[in-house]
Design a protein around this ligand. Structure first.
Ligand code: FAD
Length: 436
């Protein structure tokens, strides 16, 4: 394991060195680029001219692509059919290679890089031929662990973060409940202090990785009321007595990702398992959501690109009325329009990411990007599937899987309307309650 992480680190260091050499001779480099028409990287930008990604980012993406091609994509159809993928096996492979903690602290096994590397990784994971497995990986790296990495005690990080980065433990995020999804403040799960332990009662719904997870980043009420200040994030071991996996939910898409309903009956958790300060859980979770949302956008961008590319390939060779489907102007114009929208979204994502790593609050931009990603994915899925005709309606092609999987983007991690509410608040257009 250590060897593979070291190799990745050395690769990145070597490229960093080369990059530094390049930057001192930038004028020469620019002239050469113009003269030699360098190979376009993802997004149509050249490797040396990319606005966000350095050669280190691209090296990381390339290493991840090899793992996707060799260890994941050959098995995706099987795991989709089985309704679950082996999270421990896949996470161990990714953990060994350093991919479960690219922006996590080095002392806990991470690569210590900034969040832009996480976004680069999310874009690359979009090359997995389903949405379920990238989502499961994203839960581990950018949904269940950012708050722990940022605010957790050293002891807690050693127990839960380090093994999650190494791929030895699978994490899940327990926020949504049967009665509370969009309105997170109304969750009912309680963690009541009893000596130096919490006693947890309640339940969580829609828990990704839930049937396989070793621990949950749980949002629970640690005092009475329904305010934002009575909630805490707690690391809850899933093998604790009283944790009950009620069922694996049967879903229309994301088939290879297990989604559980979980109950807690008098589950005892040490109070030291609280992340950061008690009562700050809602705030930490809202921060955690920013990374989750940007991550989700990066991931679905590549999937959209792949679906458009495969639609071009298919419609180019499929002939109707004596010419390829693609050569009907309505088809290639529509594909050009969708590709344009994908590029616009990528620009927004990269701008938000660049601002975020410089310490800015990007809540508004992240919400806009998530909103647009959900809506655009629905358009891409629907339009592209149409051009495949009957083939698009089968389970044999990527486009139909994308059509089902991507529908989640407008619902999960904050529905479109929740994003609109956040954006409206930032625009100061939400009517204020009249004074009493
Ligand atoms: C496959 C899958 C995986 C998931 N994984 C996880 C996970 O790992 N952890 C976790 O905690 N949660 C997870 N979720 C839950 C997900 O985040 C919620 O489904 C989502 O937040 C919406 O909550 P809800 O389903 O309760 O819908 P509700 O809150 O009941 O909302 C229903 C609908 O109301 C509309 N709406 C919402 N707000 C407004 C508004 N202000 N104005 C008008 N209309 C509005 C929206 O269209 C929304 O879809 C997952 C869900 C799915 C389906």
């Amino acid at each position: 394991m250590a060897l593979r992480v070291t190799v990745l680190r050395l690769n990145l260091a070597a490229i960093h060195h080369v990059n530094n050499l390049y930057s001192v001779s930038s004028t020469r480099k620019l002239t050469e680029n113009v003269a030699s028409k360098p190979k376009a990287a993802s997004g149509g930008e050249t490797m040396t001219g990319h606005l966000l990604y350095t050669p280190e980012h691209l090296a990381l993406k390339e290493s991840l692509k090899k793992i996707i091609d060799q260890e994941i994509n050959p098995y995706v159809d099987q795991w989709e059919a089985e309704g679950i993928f082996p999270a421990h096996k896949v996470f161990k492979i990714l953990g060994n290679a350093g991919f479960l903690g690219v922006n996590k602290p080095v002392e806990y096994g991470g690569l210590g890089l900034d969040f832009s590397y996480s976004i680069a990784m999310s874009e690359e994971l979009g090359n997995i031929r389903c949405g379920g497995i990238p989502m499961a990986i994203g839960v581990q790296t950018d949904m269940a662990t950012p708050a722990l990495a940022r605010f957790g005690s050293a002891e807690l990080k050693k127990e839960f973060l380090l093994p999650s980065i190494m791929g030895d433990k699978v994490a899940c995020l327990g926020v949504s409940e049967v009665g509370a999804g969009s309105d997170v403040a109304t969750i009912k799960t309680k963690a009541v202090r009893d000596g130096d332990e919490y006693v947890v009662n309640g339940g969580k719904m829609w828990t990704t990785n839930g049937t396989q997870a070793d621990w949950m980043c749980l949002l629970a009420n640690t005092s009475d009321g329904l305010s934002h200040k009575n909630k805490s994030l707690i690391c809850l071991p899933m093998n604790s007595p009283g944790v009950r996996i009620a069922r694996k939910i049967d879903k229309m898409g994301m088939r290879s990702s297990d989604t559980a309903e979980v109950f807690f009956d008098d589950v005892r958790v040490p109070c030291k398992n609280v992340i950061g300060r008690e009562g700050m859980g809602f705030t930490y979770q809202m921060l955690q959501f920013q990374e989750e949302r940007l991550w989700a956008v990066g991931n679905i961008l590549t999937m959209m690109e792949n679906v458009i590319r495969e639609t071009i390939q298919y419609t180019r060779q499929r002939t109707i009325f004596k010419m390829p489907v693609l050569h009907h102007q309505s088809v290639y114009f529509r594909l050009a329009e969708l590709e344009t929208e994908v590029e616009l979204l990528r620009s927004l994502l990269h701008r938000a990411t660049a601002l975020y790593i410089r310490g800015n609050d990007v809540t508004k931009l992240a919400s806009m990007a998530k909103l647009k990603a959900g809506r655009l994915a629905r358009e891409v899925g629907d339009s592209c599937l149409q051009y495949w005709g009957g083939m698009g309606y089968t389970n044999d092609v990527l486009v139909s899987r994308f059509y089902r999987d991507a529908r989640l983007c407008s619902i999960g991690g904050g529905a479109d309307e929740v994003m609109l509410s956040i954006i409206s608040k930032y625009m100061d257009t939400v009517p204020k309650a009249p004074p009493k």
